[in-house]
Design a protein around this ligand. Structure first.
Ligand SMILES: [Zn+2]
Length: 437
């Protein structure tokens, strides 16, 4: 990353920090404000409840006072009185001044607080939109020259993209999001089934990975037991590490887990490497006091849990032969790595009017140096033409053992005769064989 990029990052980061500080402040204040509003409201409800109670009581008392008159058959006016009670509404009951004050006061205070919250929220919104502007200002937003616009005009390609997105969601246990996407893009039954089938195994692993981060080892231990044989065959240490973590977890629970910890150690520790057994068993003496102030302390730190979760993720994926990253995230990350290089040559391409070259070729016009995690198989670059080999121009092994690309082979051969450019052995060009990486 050059100095200019660093500067751009720094200025966006400054805006970001501002928003985070504001958000933290707002979060703290808002909880207090909302608490205040809630207690004002409940006070209001109380007052109104009491007032209602009073109205009901007064009404009942009123009816009862009239009742003897209405019920008496001797009273000639009885019917009239009865009519009066039924038709004449009860005299409006006034709240006491004190009640009115409380109600008015609560409403004013609530209004004030809600308005304050809303204006703070508006303010935050303003700051968030400033980040967007800072990004626009500091980074190039025009990637059109690096795009293959035709790529997604093809319906099949578009469906492949939707499928990759759906798979990505599926992997992370967001099946409902994947299902909605599948429905909305009208993906065929067959493709949709493939999305779920192919990611099912990973979804389980992902789920366990999340649980380990939450310090829950139950599912991870079950998984390790199920795959114990294969894990040992591959000399994996993840099973040992899971059991070790569980033992320390039990020890740190204190006396309540004493029996469980001892039973656990008896069952599992015997399978561990001999040199570890003494060290692990010794931890049991700390059951009464916990591991907090002992040399075992660091085993239960958050870093160790995170590390364990990632070791599990890596080894489980390796064992099942699946990638720990989704195809979509690999493509996006590799694409982001390539973007700066592509933007850099944009000018060159435009000035030489060779933009047309970009379209319709399977390869990028420049080499992008990707980090090792993005390299999935070996590639072969022809030493003669200095080009990466492709399906159309595959690598060929000559009878002398040297390898060059098919195009180079044709360029160098004279009829059927080919003289190897490295060891000048003369041979029949027809005898070169295609090799695969
Ligand atoms: Zn040779």
């Amino acid at each position: 990353m050059d100095a200019m990029d660093m500067e751009a990052c720094a200025s966006v980061e400054k805006e970001l920090d501002r928003v985070v500080t504001k958000l933290e402040h707002l979060h703290k204040n808002a909880s207090a404000e909302i608490g205040d509003i809630a207690s004002l409201m409940s006070e209001l409800v109380n007052v109104l409840g009491m007032a209602e109670q009073m109205v009901v009581t007064t009404l009942n008392t009123g009816t009862q006072m009239n009742a003897p008159g209405t019920g008496s058959p001797d009273d000639p006016m009885g019917e009239n009185v009865n009519m009066q009670v039924e038709t004449e509404p009860a005299a409006p009951q006034r709240l006491t001044d004190r009640q009115m004050d409380i109600i008015r006061d609560s409403i004013v205070k609530c209004n004030e607080r809600v308005q304050k919250l809303s204006s703070e929220h508006r303010d935050l919104h303003g700051s968030v939109s400033k980040i967007g502007k800072a990004i626009d200002r500091n980074f190039s937003a025009d990637f059109t020259s690096t795009m293959r616009v035709d790529a997604l005009q093809d319906e099949d390609n578009l469906m492949l993209l939707n499928k990759a997105i759906a798979k990505h969601y599926c992997r992370q246990g967001m099946d409902d999001v994947a299902r909605t996407l599948i429905k909305e893009c009208k993906m065929s039954e067959e493709h949709a089934q493939d999305v779920f089938d192919s990611e099912r195994e990973f979804a389980e692993i992902y789920n366990i990975w999340m649980q380990i981060q939450k310090r829950d080892l139950s599912e991870a231990l079950k998984w390790a037991e199920r795959h114990s044989g294969q894990l040992r065959e591959g000399h994996s240490i993840v099973e040992f590490q899971l059991h070790r973590m569980r033992l320390f977890q039990l020890v740190s629970n204190g006396m309540v887990s004493q029996d469980e910890a001892i039973a656990y150690a008896r069952t599992y520790v015997k399978n561990f490497p001999a040199k570890e057994i003494g060290y692990l068993m010794l931890s049991l003496i700390y059951v009464p006091v916990g591991l907090e102030n002992t040399r075992y302390k660091h085993f239960l730190s958050q870093e160790m849990w995170t590390e364990l979760s990632f070791i599990f993720l890596r080894e489980a994926c390796e064992l099942l032969g699946i990638s720990k990253n989704s195809a979509l995230s690999v493509v996006v990350n590799a694409g982001c790595t390539a973007l700066p290089a592509l933007l850099n040559i944009k000018q060159v391409m435009q000035s030489r009017k060779v933009l047309g070259m970009w379209n319709g070729c399977d390869e990028l016009p420049i080499e992008i140096d990707l980090p090792p995690e993005f390299r999935f198989h070996s590639i072969f670059a022809c030493p003669i033409l200095r080009q990466q080999t492709t399906e159309d121009n595959p690598p060929k092994k000559l009878t002398c053992g040297h390898v060059i690309s098919n195009d180079a082979l044709h360029k160098l051969s004279n009829g059927h005769i080919l003289k190897c450019p490295y060891c000048p052995v003369e041979q029949n060009a027809e005898e070169a064989v295609r090799i695969y990486f």
